[in-house]
Structure formats: structure tokens, C-alpha cells
Design a protein around this ligand. Structure first.
Ligand SMILES: [Zn+2]
Length: 414
């Protein structure tokens, strides 16, 4: 694994990659994704993406994450929760009532190393934020981040620490940028995970939806009765609802969502982006919507076709202005997670790997059977997102985009 080096090149010629042996080792303890982090970083390294010669136009610069302080974690999490998870003694001898109170059971069991994991994973994402804010690069990658379900006072949905929310709070504090000296930076959070970004969306949701929008959240996800997470905000956003907030947007999709469906709704994502015109874009690149994931709910391909995950990230990388932070998230087929995040990394380096690239010989090689190539192709699942449904989403988003435009006009006139 590469060691961190100083960033000395132009921000446009570098992309930052948050990694260290310690981060990979500690992230690999996550009970929902054992060893995944080591598998991902090993493949990125084995494919040569960290080599200075990989791309003629951009260089991937490894940056060692800084552990974040308890006081920074307390910008979102409650002190009781932090006191509990940051005490290593609780990993071996904890009171059962406390474990229940803090959500440390079922899909979020207490694990040895949690007291190290939380400050290091949050610190990894915040290291990327700080590098972007300080102008070291326009794009940063932190595949160990993206824990979008972690709540203020309890763990939830495999997530113990709310690095996405802490990142957005840190970006909110960023002073006005040179091009827009009269307004605070606008931050767009786009969540591509199979599951709704409940904690993040709720954290920035306003019940008094007026005034400036500093953080806009948009989640593409599966939603169905009983499907995790249960949240009223996960329904198709509706300006006619009394609880509607133009800055908290949601596009729920039915089972089997394919590249074709993503290509349709991506036009809406880009209309939101064009209307909001953010200075920073935080993309949660969870991979559990990909075909082959054990969640077996969507049929998204990694590929190059319009609407594929790679195509979407390439659009953001090439066409979207502003500084970008790419985070990880779900993804429970570890070899496919490594394939996908390595491929996305190569896109961000302006030199996408061919999808028939052979997996190089390295310690994780046997995990890539039987194809031993980079591709994560679509399967045969039926796409239940009908023409009628997609048209209804498009019609709703026409109203949403028009109301967003009006709200931003009022803000800029005030
Ligand atoms: Zn997920």
C-alpha cells in the first residue's frame, strides 16, 4: 500500500485518496463488511492507480487520515453515545441495557475496535473535507466513509458514526468562496446507496422550509413497505405536502432498477444540480444497488452504458462544476465493492480502466472468481419501474425544480 506524500501539484492535476494501513485495518473490523476495506485498497493498489504514471492528466495522491476529536464528533452525536462508544472497556464488558439504548445490537453489534473506528472513519472523511476546503484538490475520495444511517444517539443500519453529516456540517462552516463572496457555499449531498439516506436527510431537513439553502440532500434509493430504513422522507418528494422541504429531496425506485431507469432519473438529478448550482458536491457511492449484491434488490451495472454507475460518476466528474467528495457506503459483495470503487477511482483519474481488465495477481486474487475481471455486469432481474411510474416521477420533479428555482430566487433577492 502506498504511503502518504505531500500534495505539491496543481489542485486540478491531483485527486486525493484517503488511506492508511491503520484505516484499512480498523474499517475492516466493521461487522457488516469484514475485511472489505483491505480488499478495496489492495485492489486499487494492485491495479496501479496510486502510481504517478497511471494517468497522463491526473495523479492520485494518498493522504493519511487524521483521527477526529471527541468534540468534533459531538457536533452531531450526543455526549452519552460518544462516552459509551469511545470507551474501549465497553467493547468487552458492557451493560446490556446500554447496548440496547445506543442501538448496539442486531445489525450494529458492539465490536472490539469501535472506540478506534469511530474517530478514525469520521476523521478520514473530515481529512478529505479539509483538503478540499484548503484547496489541495478539487476532488477527494474516501471509500471508508459514507455511513449515512448513524443517528445522533444510536447506531443504525451498520453505521456507528455519522461521517457524512459531520462532513456537511464542516462544509457549512466554510467561508464564502472567491466566485460568490456574498453567500455561504452551497453543498449538494447526493446519495446513490440502495437505502434511503435517513440520518443525513433528517439532519438537514427543516420544518420551516424558507430562506437560504446551504445543504440540499437528494437520495436515489429503494422504498417499499417494511424496507429499511423507515422514514417519511423516503417517499417521492411532494411540494403539496405541508411537511415538504425543497432542500430534502427523494427519488424512490421500485425493484430491479436498471441502467435504463437510472438514465431516466439522472436527468432529474442533473436538473436539481443545475438549479441549485452547488459549490461542493458530496456523493455517497454506496454499492448495494449494483447487480450481484446480496441485497438483490436493484440491477444496476458498473459499466459504461448510459445510466450505469460508472456513467453517472463520469458525468459528475467531467460535467459538474464545484469541488467533489466521493464517499463509500453499503456494498456487501466485497470483491464487487473493490471492483466498483477501483473503477470509479480510475474514472476520477481521467483514465477509466477497461471493464475487461484482468484482476492482477495480489493477495485478494481468489476472491474475484469466476470472472477474474473488473466488470460488475447487470443480471436478468425484471425492472419494475414502469413507464407510467417514471413519468409520474418526472412530472413531480418538474414542480419540485420549479419550486426550488423560486425559493433560490427569493433567497438571492433578500
Ligand atoms: Zn445500503
Amino acid at each position: 500500500m502506498a504511503t502518504a506524500i505531500e500534495v505539491t501539484q496543481s489542485p486540478r492535476r491531483t485527486a486525493l485518496y484517503i488511506v492508511s494501513r491503520e484505516l484499512a485495518k480498523i474499517s475492516s473490523l466493521l461487522p457488516s463488511n469484514p475485511m472489505r476495506s483491505i480488499i478495496v485498497h489492495s485492489l486499487v493498489d494492485a491495479l496501479g492507480l496510486l502510481a504517478p504514471s497511471y494517468s497522463p492528466s491526473r495523479r492520485l495522491v494518498a493522504v493519511t487520515p487524521k483521527r477526529t476529536s471527541p468534540s468534533t464528533l459531538a457536533m452531531y452525536h450526543t455526549q452519552d453515545y460518544l462516552d459509551f462508544i469511545l470507551n474501549p472497556e465497553n467493547t468487552v464488558d458492557a451493560d446490556a441495557t446500554n447496548l440496547t439504548d445506543f442501538g448496539l445490537e442486531d445489525d450494529c453489534p458492539m465490536f472490539k475496535g469501535l472506540s478506534e473506528y469511530a474517530p478514525l472513519v469520521a476523521g478520514a472523511t473530515l481529512t478529505a473535507v479539509s483538503a478540499l476546503v484548503n484547496g489541495l484538490s478539487d476532488e477527494a475520495i474516501c471509500w471508508d466513509g459514507g455511513r449515512h444511517h448513524a443517528q445522533k444517539s444510536h447506531a443504525s443500519g451498520f453505521c456507528y458514526v455519522a461521517d457524512c453529516i459531520l462532513a456537511l456540517l464542516a462544509l457549512k462552516r466554510c467561508p464564502p468562496l472567491a466566485g460568490t463572496p456574498n453567500r455561504k457555499p452551497r453543498i449538494m449531498y447526493l446519495d446513490l446507496d440502495l437505502h434511503f439516506s435517513d440520518a443525513v436527510s433528517q439532519a438537514f431537513y427543516s420544518t420551516r422550509p424558507t430562506g437560504n439553502i446551504q445543504v440540499l440532500t437528494l437520495s436515489l434509493h429503494h422504498s417499499a413497505p417494511g424496507f429499511f430504513p423507515l422514514s417519511e422522507l423516503s417517499a417521492l418528494s411532494n411540494p403539496a405536502d405541508a411537511s415538504y422541504d425543497a432542500a430534502t429531496l427523494s427519488i424512490p425506485l421500485h425493484k430491479g432498477a436498471s441502467d435504463t431507469t437510472y438514465a431516466r432519473v439522472w436527468k432529474l438529478v442533473e436538473k436539481v444540480r443545475d438549479t441549485y448550482n452547488p459549490d461542493f458536491v458530496v456523493v455517497q457511492c454506496g454499492l448495494d444497488a449494483l447487480a450481484g449484491d446480496p441485497c438483490a434488490t436493484f440491477n444496476w451495472s458498473l459499466g459504461t452504458r448510459d445510466g450505469s454507475l460508472g456513467w453517472c460518476i463520469n458525468r459528475i466528474h467531467k460535467e459538474w462544476s464545484g469541488k467533489k467528495l466521493y464517499l463509500g457506503g453499503g456494498g456487501y459483495h466485497s470483491a464487487n465493492a473493490a471492483r466498483a470503487w477501483a473503477y470509479l477511482t480510475s474514472i476520477i483519474l481521467d483514465n477509466p480502466l477497461p471493464l475487461d481488465t484482468n484482476i492482477p495477481d495480489h493477495s485478494g486474487f481468489p476472491l474475484y472468481a469466476p470472472s477474474f475481471t473488473l466488470d460488475v455486469p447487470a443480471g436478468n432481474m425484471l425492472d419494475e419501474n414502469t413507464e407510467v411510474y417514471l413519468q409520474s416521477v418526472e412530472e413531480r420533479y418538474e414542480i419540485i425544480i420549479s419550486s426550488l428555482h423560486e425559493r433560490l430566487e427569493v433567497c438571492s433577492a433578500a
